[in-house]
Structure formats: C-alpha cells, structure tokens
Design a protein around this ligand. Structure first.
Ligand code: HAM
Length: 499
C-alpha cells in the first residue's frame, strides 16, 4: 500500500472521533463524506497497515485531534472502497489465502474417517430448541446462556445448533438407521453457533469436524475413535499434543458423586460466585466449568469423580486404557476433566495443545450412553468427538504450502496474442490445468509481476513475433529459464511440461 502523511485536504475538517470505535483497534468507526474515521491503538504503524480505508484521519483513541490536522492518504486504487456493513461479532470470513488449509484438513478428515468405516451425514443448522435443552442439559452453560434461540413465524422455538452430536443422534433415530445396521459410524463437518465472549480461538460461529459411533457399548469403540482422532491429527501435521482421559461414571455411580460434590461445595459456598450458587442446586458438576478465581480455588480440593465410579465403569475404563496402550497411544489421566455437556457417561477425553493459549482444547469427546433416551428415543449407546477447525487450522505447520498456485500464467502482448491466449486458456481450463490470464494485456513487466504475485509455476508468453513464427515462450517462474515451444499441439506440450 502506498501512503503519505500530509495536511488535511482543503475544505476537509477534522471530525470528532466516533466513540463506537473506541477500544477496538483499527476499526472503521464512521465515514463522513468520503473520509474514513479510524480508531486504533496508539501506534502509527498499526494505522498504516489498515486495509479498510481510503483516507484515514489520524485520531487518538480518546478522540483527541493533533492540532496539525494531518491525514493519511491511502492509495485508493489499490486498497478499494471503505468498508460498509461488517460481519457480526464472533462470525468470521475464511478468505482465499486461508481456505487451502481448511480444504486440506477437510479432505484429510474425509479420507481418514472413511478409511475407518465412517460415512458422512449432513444435518440441518436449525433444530427444535428442545433437542439441545434435553440432550445437552438445561443446567449447562451452552443451554443456559450460549444458544442462538428464536421463535419462527409459526411460533416454534428453534436454535442454531451449538454442537452436532444431538442432531446426529436425532437423525439416526428419525430415519431409523438402526434398522439397516444397529452400529452406525457417522461424521459431519460444519458450523456451530454459541454466544460466547469472542477471543482468540473462541468464536460465535465456529466449525467442527464431528465423528460419532452409535450402537456400541464395548470399550473397544472408545479406543477406536480415539485412535482414529490421534491418527488424523498427526496426519494433518499436528505435533506436541496431549491426550487427556477420564471416566465420568454412569447412572449408577454418578448420583453418589453428585451428592458428595453437593456436600463439599455447600461447605465452600461462601467462596462460590452467584452462578455457582445456582449450579450447586441444579447440577454441582457444572461448577467445574467456572473460571471465576474463588470458584477455581474451591474446585482445587473437590472430590474426584474417579474415586466414586462403580465397578462396571472402572472395568470399562480399564479396558479403554488397555486398548489405547495396545494401539501405542500415550495418555494423561485427568481426574478433574468433566466436560461441559451433561450427556457424558464413562469415557471422556480431550486433546490439548499448549501452543494454543487459554483456549487449548483442539478436540473434546466422550461416551454418552443416555443421550438417545434423553431425546426421547431408544436405549442406544454412543461415543464420539468434535474437533474445533479454527484451533486445528491455527496449529498447522507453518512451512507447509496450502495455497493452490496456478500451473500457468498466460501473458499476451497485443490484441492478436490476447485472442489466441483466450483460446488457449479456455482449452487449459477444460483440461483442468490451473491457468490465469491478464485480460488487459499490460506490459510484459507488469504481467510477470502479477504471475509472481500469484506464485504461478510457469508463464506462457505470447507476442506478435512468436505467433508469426508459430511459437510461444514457456518460462519457468522459479528458475527463470525459458524455452520456445511450438504452437502446434500446444496443450499436449504444456501438459507434459508443467503438470
Ligand atoms: P466441545 O468440547 O463443546 O464438545 O467442543 C469440541 C471442540 O470444538 C472444542 O475442543 C474446541 O476445539 C471447539 N470449540 C468449542 N467451542 C468453540 C468456540 N466457541 N470457538 C471455537 N472453537 C470451539 C462438543 O461440542 C461435543 N459435541 C463433542 C462430542 C462429540 N462429544 C461426543 N461427541
């Protein structure tokens, strides 16, 4: 971007800073008669990097105007018009320079999961609210305060799905998939919605890759999904991950643990925040989700679920550990992990990365043998996990290249060559060769600059002279070496040289 620091243009007034932008660095606060007013941190270089304005007036966050009234003049041609309507807070665009990573992760997930016998399922984004309040649990943070719920024009209460497990279970029951085979291995990829406070790694719309096995009680299934998960995470290139596991007990032993927790937290109730005072009555297990410092201090000495699980749950957990060890996986026992959804029974697990900061869970999952009954169905066990896409993508190896580079950039010099280039590029596209063309037929220098910017591997240069000779120049953009190639059978020659 080009810019210069100059006095305000004649007739333009310095406008007071719109306080809506306050505290948000580099936001376009308002726009008046073509002048973009920015609020920003405190540093000039941050303002200079802003893409959102054509003319930005230097204004401090507190609304103070430098007496000299200076403005930053951005090059309008290159950076485009000011931003109008912006995305909803916590909802992100995935731009073309990032999308290669997403496509790579999704493609790898499909390959790995399908190799393990999973089939894709696509489920709606909207579900009846009841599905989540009954499935995830009324007393969870998700249901209490994070759901996007509204009443539609027919008076139905609907919710944007905050997770996929309950929806997949609903679909399995609704379409009676168990009549074909009681065991179903399903995966889905898509956006979820939770009204959480946005921060790095936590968004209001986020994507999950979710895999579930329905209809198997055997601990071998628990181990199998974890093995698949770790294999997948390693295959996409993640390192230094930690698998944490725990057993949360079941309907037989959990009530006793709940009672113990209630007793314990009642004795510490003076330390608990208002929310946790309420959780103490509705579901004391949810106190573990609280981040308030005094509650965290109380949690530190709380009884552990692992000390209360019954013999059957213990046997199940021992088998899960044995199968994980047989598969060569290392894990950490985390007796404090309770997971934030009420449907879990027995095995619970998380994969965390210490490269991620406070939102360090890349994946959460576990067994949920009562979910199907909670949502009004049959007694069917289930186990699965969900991977957070944004967190996973942020951990991908930096050195790996994900952007799809054009195979070829066709540079035409003059009107005749441009027509020929158009004919060639159409053929190339139909032959699925990634090729780009400069429609304006600018100077060779500017076309080569663009070919470099797009990271094209080769350039095909077509000039009047070359055309007359029935030849074109093929240039290797990395080595800069070039050769003349005949126009006859061009497509075949190009394919053999550049693909
Ligand atoms: P969860 O722990 O709520 O579990 O979410 C799973 C993963 O989704 C998290 O580990 C994290 O990577 C990502 N995630 C969650 N919330 C956000 C957010 N606000 N912004 C960005 N990423 C987020 C579930 O959703 C369960 N349904 C998992 C499951 C499947 N259990 C059994 N089967």
């Amino acid at each position: 971007m080009t810019f210069s620091l100059s006095p305000l243009p004649a007739g333009r007034q310095a406008l007071p800073c719109d306080r809506r932008g306050e505290g948000r660095s580099l936001r376009l606060a308002t726009e008046v008669r073509g002048i973009s007013i920015l609020t920003f941190g405190s540093q000039w270089d941050k303002l200079v990097r802003s893409k959102s304005c054509s003319v930005g007036i230097y204004c401090r966050r507190d609304g103070y105007w430098p007496s000299t009234n200076r403005a930053l003049q951005f090059d309008k041609r290159r950076k485009g018009a000011p931003v109008g309507i912006k995305a909803v807070r916590g909802f992100n665009d995935v731009l073309p320079d990032e999308i290669g990573k997403w496509q790579y992760v999704e493609k790898t997930a499909r390959e790995v999961f399908e190799g393990f016998g999973f089939s894709e399922i696509r489920i709606p984004i909207l579900e009846p609210t009841e599905l989540f309040s009954r499935g995830i649990g009324e007393a969870t943070d998700i249901v209490e305060k994070e759901m996007y719920t509204f009443t539609d024009r027919s008076g139905n209460s609907l919710t944007l799905r905050p997770e996929a497990t309950a929806s997949m279970a609903r679909a399995y029951l609704e379409h009676q998939l168990y009549t074909f085979d009681p065991v179903a291995k399903l995966y889905c990829i898509g956006p979820m919605f939770r009204y959480e406070r946005p921060q790095k790694g936590r968004y209001r719309q986020f994507y999950q890759i979710d895999a579930e096995v329905f209809g198997v009680e055997n601990p071998m299934a628990d181990a199998e999904v974890i093995v698949m998960l770790i294999y997948f995470l390693k295959k996409v290139g993640l390192e230094k991950l930690e698998l944490q596991i725990n057993s949360l007990g079941d309907r037989v032993c959990r009530p006793r643990y709940r009672e113990e927790l209630k007793k314990f937290f009642t004795s510490k109730s003076f330390q608990l925040c208002e929310d946790c005072q309420r959780r103490l009555q509705t579901n004391p297990l949810r106190i573990f989700d609280c981040k308030v410092e005094t509650c965290q201090a109380a949690i530190a000495d709380a009884p552990k679920v692992s000390d209360f699980i019954c013999l059957e749950c213990q046997k199940h957990f021992d088998k899960v550990k044995e199968y994980l060890e047989m598969a060569g996986l290392t894990y950490i026992l985390n007796p404090r992990m309770v997971r934030g959804l009420d449907y879990y029974t027995r095995t619970a697990f998380e994969v965390v990365s210490y490269q991620l900061g406070s939102q360090n869970a890349v994946t959460g999952g576990g067994r949920y043998d009562n979910l199907f009954q909670e949502i009004g169905g049959l007694d069917i066990p289930g186990i699965g996990f969900a991977i957070g896409m944004e967190r996973l993508v942020s951990l991908l190896p930096k050195e790996k290249e994900f952007v799809l580079r054009p195979h070829l950039f066709v540079a035409a010099l003059g009107e005749g060559p441009l027509k020929e280039a158009y004919r060639i590029i159409n053929q190339l596209h139909l032959a699925e060769v990634r090729a780009e063309l400069d429609y304006e037929s600018k100077s060779l220098k500017s076309q080569m600059r663009r070919a470099d910017k797009l990271k094209a591997r080769y350039a095909l240069i077509l000039g009047e002279e070359e055309l007359k000779k029935g030849k074109a120049v093929l240039r290797n953009m990395e080595t800069k070496s070039q050769e003349e190639i005949p126009m006859a059978n061009l497509l075949e020659t190009l394919k053999s040289k550049i693909l």
